[in-house]
Write a protein that binds this ligand. Sequence first.
Ligand code: ATP
Ligand code: MG
Length: 247
Amino acid sequence: MLEIKNLKVKVKNNDIIKGIDIFLKKGEIHVIMGPNGSGKSTLSNVITGKNGYEIEGSISYKNEDLLKKSIDERAVLGIYQAFQYPIEIPGVNSLNFIKQSLNAIRKRKNQKPLDSIEFKNLIKEKQLELGIDDSFLKRDINVGFSGGEKKKFDILHMSILNPELIILDEIDSGLDIDALKSVAEGINKIKNGKTILIITHYQRLLNYIKPDIVHIMKDGKIVLTGGREIVNILEKEGYKSFEKTTL
Ligand SMILES: Nc1ncnc2c1ncn2[C@@H]1O[C@H](COP(=O)(O)OP(=O)(O)OP(=O)(O)O)[C@@H](O)[C@H]1O
Ligand SMILES: [Mg+2]
């Protein structure tokens, strides 16, 4: 599904990612954990196509060279990123944004755009399924949203776009215990065979979402790859003990 090979990323001549390999098979859930500044968000931005990076190595997605695709081509290919710091967009209504982004993708796939009634029905169905009430959705994107509302907006957007590869950059940060549970349940409902890359600092999200593979990233490198047991080691010993090894 996604093959990252010897990826090196520089920003303004600083080495941020220093040669990493990650292979995600269809339907797998991978987790990346690692200290602040180790390059996790940079990696997710490079996969989804944000500009401003000097990139070496390769990323292939469904056997296509992803690095040759623009950011919107990657969205059409079914890649979705939930950002660590969602941006506020004053003047753009939240639901309208979800509708426009869905219809833009449908148009690129030669599918008929949803009209207002079809969209309203779809959003109601998803809201009901995910247990998201719509008080904040009437407002502009993320403007004045609480941390939890921003993440719920992401979950709803994602469920409507129905991507195949989902990258969640710290979707659990700033959430209270109930919101964490509800966001995690939302992800589990959306999952349905999708491939997911989760970036997190906290083991508690993984009480709800069970990863297949866990990677530890440190200073721009993957220093350990293994199963869920890594998370327990990490909880006990912190990042200091990790050297470049593979379980
Ligand atoms: N546009 C940029 N300009 C300069 N430095 C950058 C830029 N983007 C990233 N960096 C640097 O790259 C390093 C990795 O940043 P990144 O955001 O990928 O880390 P992270 O692993 O996501 O950290 P955190 O856990 O704190 O979110 C940091 O030292 C950061 O300052
Ligand atoms: Mg980050």
